[in-house]
Design a protein around this ligand. Structure first.
Ligand code: FPP
Length: 258
């Protein structure tokens, strides 16, 4: 399926290097089918497996997905417990598949809130895939964009206190360098499924210049073809980074002329 769908993208399409996704709509997907919410999360996990494979196949460098926000602890205890079990099962079951597909896993977020068992499994799956050189899959778990900025500031303050850093040298670059995935490019394309149009405290700093794409599809239904629609939208956008459209055209012409 992946290969056929891939063929529907033009060879020359400009792909985003980094795609970020808020996987919303699992609960409503389940409700629509008369199933319990956990069935939606399971279907969401299966869909994630397909999307990870597809993104790796087409050459996306980084895929960052929002699996559990720092606010999701407010959900009913039974749903939280089920999500934890789902993460555990997925990490165990997917480790070998990720490695075989050359996908490296990184968990981002404050993992200290998870059980010792789950933290251990996170570390194990990261270790199993550590040598993979293909796509980086970043799973945000107990993550919040504000938490990310706060932990960066905390680290900077520590460096100031130790005398390593002058307060006057704290600028945007210094803060960005302390964020959780400072070693990777910011997301070019930010997708949210499930019909809502908000950021929900996901990668707030890093998405400052991301192109936004909102899909009405519930996450379990957001398949490769739906992702292709988002990729085509992205390819059609002019990214100006504060410049005028004319400046961008001139810059691109300059880069492509010999
Ligand atoms: C949002 O849908 C989804 C979540 C809070 C959980 C996302 C989790 C998965 C896709 C499971 C797989 C992840 C991994 C890493 C194994 P919602 O429950 O808010 O849906 P609703 O808005 O329709 O209620």
């Amino acid at each position: 399926m992946s290969q056929d769908i891939k063929g529907t993208l033009p060879d020359s399409i400009v792909l985003p290097r980094h795609v970020a996704i808020v996987m919303d709509g699992n609960g409503r997907w389940a409700k629509r089918q008369g199933k319990p919410r956990h069935a939606g999360h399971r279907a969401g996990a299966e869909n994630l497996r397909n999307i990870v494979k597809y993104c790796g196949d087409i050459g996306i460098e980084v895929l960052t997905v929002f699996a559990f926000s720092s606010e999701n602890w407010r959900r009913p205890k039974t749903e939280v417990a089920l999500l934890m079990q789902l993460f555990m099962d997925a990490l165990k079951q997917e480790s070998a598949r990720l490695r075989d597909n050359n996908v490296r896993l990184r968990i981002i977020g404050d993992r200290s809130a998870f059980s010792a068992r789950l933290q251990r499994q996170m570390g194990e799956t990261e270790a199993i895939t550590a040598a993979c050189t293909g796509m980086l899959l970043q799973v945000a778990a107990n993550y919040g964009g504000r938490w990310d900025v706060a932990q960066a500031v905390r680290r900077l303050v520590g460096r100031v206190k130790s005398g390593e850093l002058e307060p006057s040298s704290i600028d945007e670059a210094a803060i960005a360098a302390e964020l959780t995935f400072a070693d990777r490019p910011d997301p070019d394309l930010f997708i949210r499924t499930g019909g809502e149009q908000r950021l929900s405290n996901f990668i707030l700093w890093q998405s400052a210049y991301s192109e936004l794409f909102f899909s009405d599809a519930y996450w379990p239904d957001f398949d490769e073809a739906a992702l292709n629609v988002a990729l085509r939208h992205f390819a059609g956008r002019q990214r100006r980074f504060g410049m005028t459209g004319e400046q961008v055209v001139t810059q691109v012409e300059g880069e492509t002329s010999c």
